[in-house]
Design a protein around this ligand. Structure first.
Ligand code: ADP
Ligand code: ZN
Ligand code: ZN
Length: 826
């Protein structure tokens, strides 16, 4: 080959830096380094004036960069690639499809500990005692500095050890658990075990109790305890905690213990299935499937044979998880890896311990609550194909792991919108990206849900996806009985106690008397403010779009976020003329208060953003509810995700209207999904559960579809509307957001861009329009929504948009405007 007569060729690598650069950056390497380096290894490289970044080698070549002098790398950080070529391909797809840079994908994909850079902040890890003797000299210097200063920048570490290159030292300190990185301080949650106490079975009846008390006449303290326990049990159906008995009877632990030793009292724990896997139990056999599950499994496998992504639609509690288990089992037997993706919030200890029974140590769990070490560990285990990471269960970021022989991808609760990353880039949909990953590995791909997304069901209907279905709950448990309660009518007849209809109130009373539990659902806090008529429940709608208008306080207007249509805030209801208009919703906190007033005896808990904010708030509330310390749980969306409570007989939906009126083209689909999922929490055992849905619109089509489980009706209607209004799945949308601190500049920029788009796409460009919150952190925001017909090439459209962006950025005034793309915005 002609090499231009040069004797030695210079070597270069392209490095993906974890920052939003259009292109990868080229660095020069020595011949020795060239012999060692492979794509997917990390290198520490200088960038800009003084920064050091960790980057990932994309390729090795002999072409010097044309417009700049290639700098040398600082150092190799790996002996082997930690990112494989399939991943690089997948990440390139993500960058291209979701219109972001490869650097942004790398930043999102790699655990923070892999990406140390000069700006990283390090702290002392206080969870571990460190044996100073195990530290090397340079490590010790850092350790010592952290005794005096709580936070160090990597650059400061550099000064301390008097070396430019400190990333390897920090890497070692991380591995030795001496330091943690700033954003990842984390604590392991251990579910508490509560001790409860009851009268021994042989003393439980009234006569027996009298006999018992006689024998205890000479032990007044013990007799006092027994009497107190008897009283407590009479008062409520709650399990009695040992601590509660101790306090009420004014005795000591020792007295209670002696009664337990004598067999007069019995101690017990409520079985919760939430113990961490301790690794010594033998793996249980997987459960035999019933005929419906078997039939679904056969269909799924047949569909896999054709190489199609397959959708499993199975009603709540139909035993989808057990079907997944069979598929996972087969996959692992073949020695392949399996990926089980769940929305973050459904990733509960409940589910994990269930799977651990079958797959024990083969399970690795990966999600954002995990600290650096744990994430790096899982990464390494997957990379090295270790048996202990053969099955990865995780939230959306688990699809970034270095799988090399993925045989099965399961996306459970595939309809969940939280699979879509909103901010920062890449704004990917983990379900869709996981499907692409599965294809790259030629793996089997299963999407599961009781309420599939309209787009997935559409794919199944059109034959793009395979399909399987389970229409019965496991164990012949009946679907809960659903009832719509008209609160408009109830208000008129003055039959409301606060936000509770008489109907719901009575059902609650009955359920509590039976000793069963209740879930009350109220839409999430902080939803877009809408205007609602207190008399008829009407919420004004946009004339051009199928969405509710939102209330904008600062302009005193009702506006549509999609097309910009707006009207002044009306003084009377458009529908009924009543002047009683309300612009606030009501929250979980208020419901909780009302419940406590209505049922002073009941123990009420609340699960929403506020109460779950603490590190393990979410787990704690679930545990308390499972252990029956609470009778009633008031909560938001968080309640709906895959929780398997055994003792819930009643679910009350406080107000379905706030869901229906959400200003979003998916509001109706989401309402169906959410209500069906909440309802699914009721009556998961023999007794048929009840669901009461309160609404101003009992004749609303969607609510009827929910109560009759008419998924197909919902789908057909929604699909029709999406076609009418040019929304997915028939069309695709890209949302473009502009951000700038100057209002004038932002407006001109957005108008310019929209104009350029319109000349390219005609009538399928909406906006620019302000979002409901039009200024965030002193930056003004404006959106454009582009609708693209399926027949048009999405790639072509994106290329056009990019071209427009280039011209746009050439205008001096617009250069500082941030342009953000959200492809398949939901
Ligand atoms: P889904 O995921 O469809 O909501 P689950 O998989 O949680 O349903 O199943 C509901 C309940 O039925 C669980 O408690 C589960 O253990 C039980 N179950 C499901 N399938 C079987 C089976 N084949 N044998 C025994 N129990 C089963
Ligand atoms: Zn509109
Ligand atoms: Zn009205």
């Amino acid at each position: 080959m002609a090499t231009g007569g040069r004797v030695t060729m210079a070597n270069f690598i392209n490095v993906i830096l974890p920052i939003p650069l259009e292109k990868s950056f080229t660095y020069s390497i020595t011949a020795e380094e060239a012999a060692l380096l492979q794509p997917g290894m990390r290198v520490a490289v200088p960038f800009g004036k003084s920064k050091i970044y960790t980057g990932v080698v994309q390729c090795i070549h002999q072409n010097p960069p044309e417009v700049y002098e290639a700098k040398e790398i600082h150092q190799l950080l790996d002996d082997y690639p930690i990112v494989n070529t399939t991943q690089l391909k997948h990440w390139e797809w993500i960058a291209s499809y979701y219109m972001c840079t490869l650097g942004e994908v790398v930043r999102s994909a790699l655990p923070g500990a892999f990406l140390l850079e000069s700006e990283t902040l390090v702290l002392r890890n206080r969870e571990y005692e460190i044996d100073e003797n195990t530290l090397l000299d340079d490590e010790f210097l850092v350790f010592e500095a952290l005794q005096h200063q709580t936070i160090l920048k990597v650059q400061e570490v550099s000064a301390i050890v008097e070396r430019k290159n400190v990333l390897p030292i920090l890497q070692r300190l991380l591995e030795k658990k001496v330091i943690v990185l700033k954003e990842e301080v984390y604590e392991q949650y251990k579910p508490k075990l509560v001790r409860y106490v009851k009268l021994g079975t042989e003393h439980a009846s009234d006569e027996k109790l009298e006999e018992l008390l006689k024998t205890l006449t000479r032990a007044p303290k013990q007799s006092q305890v027994v009497l107190t326990l008897f009283q407590l049990q009479g008062k409520s159906q709650h399990p009695i905690k040992v601590s509660e008995l101790e306090a009420s009877s004014n005795t000591s632990k020792a007295v209670i213990k002696s009664l337990v030793d004598k067999g007069i009292l019995e101690e017990y724990f409520i079985k919760t299935d939430r113990v961490n896997y301790d690794g010594d139990a033998d793996n249980s056999e997987t459960k035999d499937l019933n005929e419906y599950q078997k039939a679904a499994l056969v269909d799924i496998k047949a569909s896999f044979q054709t190489g199609k992504v397959t959708l499993l639609k199975g009603v709540t509690s139909s035993g989808k998880t057990e079907v997944y288990v069979k598929l996972i089992e087969e996959c692992l037997e073949k020695g392949l890896q399996a990926l089980y993706l769940l929305p973050e919030i459904a990733l509960t200890t409940q589910l994990i311990s269930r799977l651990q029974e079958y797959f024990g140590e083969k399970i690795a769990i990966y999600h954002s609550k995990y600290n650096v070490q744990e994430r790096v560990e899982v990464w390494q285990n997957v990379l090295q194909e270790k048996p202990k990471a053969q099955l990865v269960i995780g939230a959306r970021s688990a699809m970034y792991l270095p799988f090399s022989k993925l045989g099965l991808v399961i996306v459970d609760e595939e309809h969940e919108s939280s699979f879509k990353q909103f901010d920062p880039a890449p704004r990917y949909h983990a379900r869709d990206a996981a499907v692409v990953l599965g294809h790259l590995h030629k793996a089997n791909i299963l999407l599961g849900s009781a309420t599939p997304s309209v787009e997935s069901y559409h794919n199944a209907q059109t034959g793009k996806y395979g399909f399987a279905e389970i229409t019965r709950r496991y164990g012949n448990v009946l679907m809960p009985e659903m009832e719509l309660v008209d609160i408009k009518e109830a208000s008129r007849k003055r039959k409301m106690k606060g936000h509770f209809s008489e109907r719901l109130f009575m059902e609650m009373e009955e359920t509590l008397q039976e000793g069963a539990q209740i879930i009350l659902f109220q839409n999430r806090r902080g939803f877009a403010p809408l205007m609602e008529c207190l008399t008829c429940g009407h919420t004004p709608q946009c004339l051009n779009c199928d969405v509710s208008l939102t209330y904008h306080q600062y302009r005193n207007q009702l506006r549509c976020h999609y097309c910009g249509h707006h009207t002044a805030l009306p003084e009377i209801c458009f529908a009924c003329g009543s002047p009683d208009l309300d612009t606030k919703g009501f929250g979980t906190e208020q419901i909780e208060k009302e419940v406590s007033g209505l049922f002073p005896e009941a123990k009420v808990g609340r699960m929403d953003l506020d109460t779950t904010r603490g590190k393990h708030g979410y787990e704690k509330i679930i545990t308390a509810f499972e252990q029956k310390e609470l009778d009633i749980l008031v909560g938001t969306q968080m309640l709906t995700k895959g929780l398997d409570f055994r003792n819930v007989n009643l679910v009350g939906v406080m107000n379905a209207d706030s869901l229906l009126n959400f200003p979003d083209y998916r509001a109706h689909e989401r309402t169906y999904q959410l209500l069906t999922q909440v309802a699914g929490r009721a009556g998961r055992t023999k007794k048929r559960g009840r669901v009461i849905i309160q609404t101003y619109n009992p004749y609303h089509q969607i609510l009827k579809q929910v109560t009759t489980s008419d998924y197909k009706g919902m789908y057909t209607e929604q699909l029709y509307e999406r076609e009418q209004f040019k929304y997915p799945p028939v069309n695709r949308i890209i949302k473009v957001t502009f951000k700038h601190k100057n209002y004038q500049v932002l407006n001109e920029a957005a108008d310019w861009f929209a104009g350029a788009l319109r000349t390219n796409f005609g009538g399928t460009v909406l906006g620019p329009e302000y979002p409901p919150v039009a200024r965030i952190r002193n930056q003004y925001l404006k959106h454009i929504v582009i609708k693209i017909r399926k027949a048009h090439s999405l790639a072509q459209t994106k290329a056009n948009i990019r071209r427009i962006e280039k011209t746009f950025k050439a205008v001096a005034m617009f250069r500082s405007v941030r342009v953000i793309y959200n492809v398949d915005h939901i």
